[in-house]
Design a protein around this ligand. Structure first.
Ligand code: HEM
Length: 350
């Protein structure tokens, strides 16, 4: 693992262990509480990378072979990770939050929030593909901001019956959703599917059951092993917020998986999503409102948003095929139960 504001370079499990021992051994939960919130999130990100690297990668940055005992996190990593994660209300595993949402900085702090001015803070590899993969996600999040703002305004306007504002907000939502898709479409320009499949996605996979989960040494009360999927786009709040506002539901059978993904969002994002869901229930979602108006302009603007969301999902499904399913050894491709996403769910059902 490397990062511009870190003096150490990842050189295998041994150096990680000694690095963390020097700095974190003996840290207690009350030491962690002395940190400012920003420092706590930074520390959470560092530990997310260190623990994922420790368990999932060998010294050559390749997937670690699953040897007996290779899923045990030493106390020097386990205790601070559990302490910081619990304090922040986050799970002790690599999340989209740590990998994407809080893992970028501006090259020029006074410059704009644009791709050219973005740089990751931490990364597993010195691979431009990894940098590009993460930046495309960050740019999707940036693009989503306008759609989210418009969704909130539209829901408020629907509640007060302000048709004109609902109409302009729906149009803004559609532009925003299309923008997310445009950003996502840039993935192929800098992230080779082969490189994504191996090695980029390896340390993102968390502590899944099929790899025996992970044992947090020296942390009483933790399940042994602790099982959890890792970082996944399902942990973005943006798409679920837009779904909720538009009244787009999920297929049956996804509820448990989705609840787990929501638990991996930052607490403030969870609260915001819950607020949007409750606004959409109380005042009616935008579908209910659009239909109730019988106004063709509003209904068409609503339908354009749903089409844009459908377009996003179609384009996204093509990425899942190109970057995961087609990269699997052919024997695995023919086994429907085998392909898994980094969020630890069978892919063919997604
Ligand atoms: C190489 C590109 C990508 C691949 C291979 C990929 C892979 C996946 C996979 C396998 C899932 C299923 C859940 C899991 O098990 O993890 C998923 C879900 C999801 N991903 Fe991606 N993803 C990619 C890019 C993106 C981007 C750029 C976004 C934009 C924010 C995104 C947003 C989502 C969302 C919102 C879900 C939840 C499913 C849904 O709401 O339709 N993904 N992704």
């Amino acid at each position: 693992m490397t990062g511009p504001d870190h003096e150490f370079a990842y050189a295998g499990n041994i150096s990680i262990r000694s690095w963390i021992m020097q700095r974190c051994h003996g840290w207690t939960v009350s030491d962690i509480k002395q940190l400012s919130p920003a420092e706590q999130w930074r520390f959470y990100t560092i530990l997310s990378f260190l623990t994922a690297g420790y368990i999932r990668l060998d010294k050559d940055h390749q997937a670690s072979p699953a040897t007996p005992g290779s899923n045990v996190l030493p106390v020097e990593l386990a205790q601070p990770f559990i302490g910081i994660a619990a304090g922040l209300g986050m799970p002790p595993v690599m999340t989209y939050t740590a990998y994407v949402l809080i893992n970028y900085m501006l090259k020029d702090p006074r410059g704009p929030l644009t791709r050219e001015n973005l740089q990751s803070i931490f990364r597993f590899y010195e691979l431009p593909d990894e940098e590009h993969f993460r930046q495309v996600h960050v740019c999707c999040e940036i693009a989503a901001a306008a759609a989210i703002r418009a969704a909130f305004t539209a829901l408020e306007a629907a509640r007060s019956g302000d048709r004109a504002v609902v109409l302009t907000s729906l149009k803004a939502m559609q532009v925003g959703i299309t923008e997310i898709m445009v950003e996502m479409g840039k993935m192929r320009k800098g992230c080779d599917p082969k490189v994504f499949f191996q090695p980029i996605r390896i340390p993102l996979g968390g502590w899944p059951e099929r790899m025996g989960g992970v044992i947090f040494k020296g942390v009483p009360g933790m399940p042994e092993p602790y099982i959890s999927g890792g970082a996944s786009g399902t942990q973005t709040t943006t798409i679920p917020v837009l779904d909720a506002a538009l009244g787009i539901g999920h297929v049956d059978g996804n509820a448990e998986f989705m609840a787990d993904q929501v638990a991996k969002m930052p607490p403030a994002h969870r609260l915001f999503l819950a607020k949007i869901i409750s606004m959409a229930k109380d005042g009616g979602n935008l579908q209910t409102f659009a239909m109730s108006t019988k106004d063709s302009h509003i209904i068409n603007a609503y339908a354009a948003c749903v089409d844009a969301m459908h377009g996003f999902r179609k384009a996204h499904q093509a990425f899942v095929s190109t970057y995961i399913l087609r990269q699997m050894p052919s024997a695995e491709q023919s086994q429907p139960a085998a392909p898994q996403g980094t969020g630890d769910r069978a892919l063919l059902g997604s």
